[in-house]
Write a protein that binds this ligand. Sequence first.
Ligand SMILES: Cc1cc2nc3c(=O)[nH]c(=O)nc-3n(C[C@H](O)[C@H](O)[C@H](O)COP(=O)(O)OP(=O)(O)OC[C@H]3O[C@@H](n4cnc5c(N)ncnc54)[C@H](O)[C@@H]3O)c2cc1C
Length: 306
Amino acid sequence: MFDIKSFYEAKSVRDAVDALVKDENAEIISGGTDVLIRVREGRDAGKSLISIHNIPELKGVEMKADGTIVIKAATSFSHLTNHEIIKKHLNMLGEAVDQVGGPQVRNTATLGGNICNGATSADSASTMCTLNAMAVLEGEHGVRRVPVCEFYTGPGKTVRERTEVCTAFEIPRSEYEGWEGKYYKYGKRKAMEIATLGCAVRVKLSEDKKRIEDIRLGYGVAAPTPIRCREAEKAVRGMAVSDPAIYEVLVSKALQEVKPRSSWRASKEFRLQLIAELARRALYDSIRLAGGEVVHWEENEMEAEK
Ligand SMILES: Cc1cc2nc3c(=O)[nH]c(=O)nc-3n(C[C@H](O)[C@H](O)[C@H](O)COP(=O)(O)OP(=O)(O)OC[C@H]3O[C@@H](n4cnc5c(N)ncnc54)[C@H](O)[C@@H]3O)c2cc1C
């Protein structure tokens, strides 16, 4: 038995907001893969739960006429990974969320829950940050949009008001057309494992595929919240893909922007090593996926040894 005060199944987003406003002890439950664990552990015991699980307007993926991809917040990870729009335009996100937990978790857990729980380890978060995804929040005073990168305020904390429902995430065409990317997750095992570190890189190459026109670097667990390394991005922008120094330029800047901590999963020192290594690998793969002629970072080291 779960120690909850009450369970209300909302019929619509408006209905869910009204129920949250009415009961100050109420919390949203979507897939429940985080909430029910917190209830079981006693951290959220005695709460009233407002379920948004069966609200049709919160499920699915669509493309607007202007090319903006809209991912509804209560869409499950397995639905996301297998959706044609995601496979064609945002394959990196589909692959990232395919690394969450195991199949049962991915069939139930939602993108909205993953972002709204505020965890730095959330497997979707760094990719969503590098996509400049916008979270759509609906509350008693209307609708507002917040970039996912600015959504987090601290460990487990976000800008979302308790009475706001995250309804969707929007990714404009300019954020995915011409871009390729890769998410790397490090965990001690391949499934049912929260990330020790997650790293997302996205690149847009020049038309001749010789230069990095634009780049995004995002991390999970490299700081108390998911982060973007904007100085590292700035340093690599414009560099030639054939220059093996790009990896060390990216990594050396990124190491100045991250703030990893030691935890029972890994030491700060090991995380720093992962921050460097996963960024190199993700950049290498991103350039390759974008059609650039990749040069391995070790070629730089070999040059230095000559
Ligand atoms: C066995 C197991 C393995 C896991 N492995 C991973 C993993 O590898 N990687 C990973 O990232 N996570 C993992 N998780 C955590 C969890 O599955 C994800 O965070 C998941 O995405 C949460 O989604 P949910 O719909 O179940 O959220 P819920 O548990 O329903 O909610 C999570 C939080 O978000 C809020 N919330 C949910 N939806 C909304 C919304 N639309 N609007 C506003 N607030 C909302 C809730 O109030 C709650 O605070 C794992 C969990 C389990 C149980």
